[in-house]
Design a protein around this ligand. Structure first.
Ligand SMILES: *[C@@H]1O[C@H](CO)[C@@H](O)[C@H](O)[C@H]1NC(C)=O
Ligand SMILES: *[C@@H]1O[C@H](CO)[C@@H](O)[C@H](O)[C@H]1NC(C)=O
Ligand SMILES: [Ca+2]
Length: 312
């Protein structure tokens, strides 16, 4: 029972929008899927942010360029004006830019099936653009309120997750997080930029540890054994993943939309994903705190192993 674990998050946009997939607990970087817009990656800005630098002493040429830019803005007030997903910019009668719901029919069509998404209404949308545009147009209705992106790919029958499988899920995921970091470390050694110096320092210790379990298709028993034996190696990877997701905002809790980049590509491949994240929110407040997260992965709080200083 070693289905693929697939992950995609903000961090991996560094890998030129690659996806890290995982077969038999061995992560592989594959340049196949385009980033899937789950919505949480981008702050929901509605303000103009064209960033004119008014202080600088500009040379003539630059001034010309600025004037050209300003003229363009006057002609098309929607240039550089960003709207949140599902909306599009439209100038009002005074020519001021504003955001209105996008017509789902105006979304660019999908170029391959990877771009399809399944909504919480169990309906397949051609692209995430179509889903969010649909949601926007339903604003104020119950159906609109309940519509979210459930997972990437077309809707399909997701088998129920049974207790025994649910127990195995964090074991494999924990091992996989460690392997993803180790792989980033190796990429970073060839061309720096995949890890920050602080991250690199942490992962180096795991990488150089002779006793570590190497990536492979390991049995659940071996994974459990290794967790007991090499417990310390798993602490940072679990914190690292939390920090990668906790960015909108960085408040040490994960909302549904912050979890989405990890959850959405994983659900169609790992049928226990949804239940796992549901159960992870122990107090059912729809937010996964650092304590809840680490506890889901077996990190012990009692011995100061849950450490906010490891969130980088
Ligand atoms: C992993 O090993 C199990 C048996 O130990 C086997 O059934 C499964 O097909 C293997 N998966 C991969 C991806 O090699
Ligand atoms: C969701 O849609 C898929 C594909 O149409 C179907 O196989 C599945 O049974 C549906 N799931 C639910 C819970 O209705
Ligand atoms: Ca957060």
């Amino acid at each position: 029972m070693f289905a693929k674990l697939c992950k995609l998050n903000a961090f991996f946009t560094l890998l030129v929008k690659d996806v890290i997939t995982m077969e038999g607990n061995r992560p592989q970087v594959s340049p196949t899927l385009a980033t899937i817009e789950t919505g949480s990656q981008e702050p929901e800005v509605e303000e103009v942010s064209s960033g004119y630098d008014t202080n600088a002493n500009k040379e003539g040429e630059e001034v010309d360029e600025e004037i050209e830019k300003l003229t363009a803005v006057l002609l098309n007030p929607c240039d550089n004006f960003r709207c949140k997903r599902g909306k599009t910019c439209k100038p009002d009668t005074d020519g001021k830019p504003g955001c209105v719901c996008q017509d789902p029919l105006e979304c660019p069509g999908s170029t391959n099936t990877f771009e399809h998404v399944c909504g919480t209404d169990n309906k397949t949308y051609d692209t995430s653009c179509e889903l969010f545009a649909t949601k926007c147009n339903l604003e104020g209705t119950k159906r609109g309120y309940k519509l979210h992106l459930d997972y990437t790919g077309p809707c399909k029958l997701i088998p129920q997750c049974v207790k025994n499988e649910l127990v195995q899920f964090p074991l494999r995921m924990r091992d996989w997080l460690k392997n993803v970091l180790l792989q980033l470390y190796e990429h970073d050694s060839v061309s720096p930029g995949f890890l920050t110096p602080k991250q690199r320092f942490r992962v180096k210790k795991i990488f150089e540890n002779e006793r570590r379990l190497h990536a492979g298709n390991h049995s659940v028993e071996l994974l459990a054994q290794d967790f007991e034996k090499n417990y310390n190696m798993y602490i940072y990877p679990v914190h690292w993943q939390f920090a990668q997701l906790d960015k909108h905002p960085s408040d040490r809790t994960l909302s549904h939309s912050e979890l989405a980049p990890l959850r959405a590509p994983l659900v169609p491949m790992e049928h226990c994903t949804s239940l796992f994240f549901q159960e992870c929110d122990a107090d059912k407040d729809k937010q996964v705190t650092l304590k809840e997260w680490t506890s889901c992965f077996g990190i012990k709080d009692g011995e100061n192993d849950v450490d906010v200083n490891l969130l980088f």
